[in-house]
Design a protein around this ligand. Structure first.
Ligand code: BGC
Length: 436
């Protein structure tokens, strides 16, 4: 649990991030914070997010357009850094300074923590007027509410347990179809290696290591194991033979990555698959936003398949915006308009077409969506009734940020240190899971 006093500690770190401000490569320049018509300052919405890669930037530009059409000016507060860790640090410094943005991309259990600080606005008026309770899956609505009141608005549903593959690379390597089990995966990876190409495109950043680990553990152990280990944080599951197998498999995946992986941004790893340099990437479907932006077609140029062993499961990652308490009535009205726009059908369609995710709003027309999105949509519904629908721990949906942060670091230390034994890796992740 964080507190506002603890937040102050983040200020120094935040100023460093702002000072060193590394932009994800190949990201377009941030959109200018201007509007075609003169708009009173109170009607400007400042929105913090970390969507700076190609497909992401295109997606958020649609929200800006819709808000401008409603007569609001958009002040872009983009903090680069996949997974959002940098953005969260910068956000904390702004709140501590008493100057929060109107809205910020905050998700999962962190919403509860921010709400408990008393800094979030109540969105019930908009939620009631727009019937959010009937338009949202209950599993999502619950996350957006604090003490029964809406304090955040969901944008989309990302699926994390995807494996992306370049069709031409697979063909060249003699791999007939996307592998369905880890044994099949390693056989395919060997073939790709023999063909002189990189089997796995990976970006060696702690959140990306954790993203891959989550899918490997789910594939090796199944959803029951995943729930015990990563939602209930059960020490028995975390130190089980299944966990050992998961870490062994994870280490084997690393042996198929290239030497330049450390530090690489996720979108550059996706670019390796797009450009036929690598065969596979384990990443959520924001990667599809990059394929789409590059003009690639699913089923033809690239394949989307569930990570080996995870076809019956769905690790969900719901992006959402929490709104901060603002005093001015015009500013509050702008926040309400932003919240309503996000849940509107126009935004839900166009944003998610670009972002690679699926609409979070129920009963949306999926005609314009591709086969990957349709599969995601079907699996979201199907796994909700079979119990295969689980929150992504790597993307802050399953446990409080302090716990997932500690586990993320432990997973990354294991990934980066080939000398660490699997037994030690298991113990260090289990210990991190006991963080309170
Ligand atoms: C977010 C996505 C984002 C990705 C890469 C995830 O945690 O949910 O919206 O595209 O990180 O930055």
């Amino acid at each position: 649990m964080f507190t506002l006093s603890k937040l102050a500690i983040a200020v120094a770190a935040a100023s460093m991030i702002v000072a060193c401000g590394k932009k994800e490569e190949a990201a377009p320049a941030p959109a200018p914070a201007t509007s075609p018509v003169a708009v009173p300052a109170e009607s400007t919405v400042e929105v913090l997010h970390w969507w700076t890669a190609g497909g992401e930037a295109k997606s958020v530009a649609e929200l800006k357009r819709i808000m401008q059409e409603k007569g609001h000016a958009w002040k872009d507060f983009a903090v680069a850094g996949g997974g959002g860790d940098n953005a969260m640090t910068v956000l904390k410094s702004r709140v501590v300074a008493g100057n929060p943005p109107a809205a910020a991309q905050i998700k999962g259990p962190a919403i509860q923590e921010w709400a408990a600080e008393g800094v979030l606005a109540n969105l019930d008026e908009t939620a009631k007027a727009e019937s959010w309770d009937t338009l949202l899956p209950a599993v999502v609505a619950d996350v957006m509410k604090y003490n029964g009141n809406y304090v955040a608005v969901p944008v989309n549903v990302h699926r994390v347990n995807w494996m992306w593959a370049n069709a031409a690379v697979l063909k060249k390597a003699g791999v007939a179809s996307a592998p369905k089990t880890w044994d099949e995966f390693f056989a395919a990876a060997e073939k790709v290696k023999k063909a002189g190409l990189i089997p796995v495109a990976h970006g060696g950043q702690n959140w990306q290591d954790f993203t891959t680990f989550e899918s490997v553990a789910l594939g090796v152990g199944g959803t029951d194991f995943y729930k015990e280990a990563f939602i209930k944080l059960d020490q028995k599951a975390l130190t089980s033979a299944t966990m050992t197998k998961a870490l062994e498999t994870f280490r084997k995946v690393k042996s198929y990555t290239d030497a330049a992986a450390p530090g690489r941004d996720w979108n550059l790893a996706t670019a390796m698959v797009i450009q036929e340099k690598a065969a596979f990437q384990f990443m959520g479907d924001w990667a599809k936003g990059e394929f789409t932006a590059a003009g690639k077609a699913p089923g033809k140029d690239y394949i989307c398949a569930a990570a080996p062993g995870t076809a019956n499961a769905f690790t969900f990652n719901v992006d959402s915006f929490a709104m901060f308490k603002l005093k001015d009535a015009t500013a509050q009205k702008a926040q309400g308009d932003l919240a309503a726009a996000i849940m509107g059908t126009e935004f839900q369609e166009v944003f998610n077409l670009n972002k690679g995710s699926i609409p979070v709003r129920l009963n949306m027309d999926m005609t314009k969506f591709d086969d990957c999105a349709k599969l995601s949509s079907e699996d979201f519904v199907a796994t909700a009734s079979t119990g295969g629908l689980v929150p992504s721990i790597a993307h802050e949906m399953a446990v409080p940020p302090a716990v997932s942060g500690a586990m993320k670091d432990a997973v990354s230390q294991f990934w980066n240190n080939d000398k660490m034994s699997v037994a030690d890796g298991v113990l260090s992740i289990a210990k991190a899971a006991a963080t309170r």
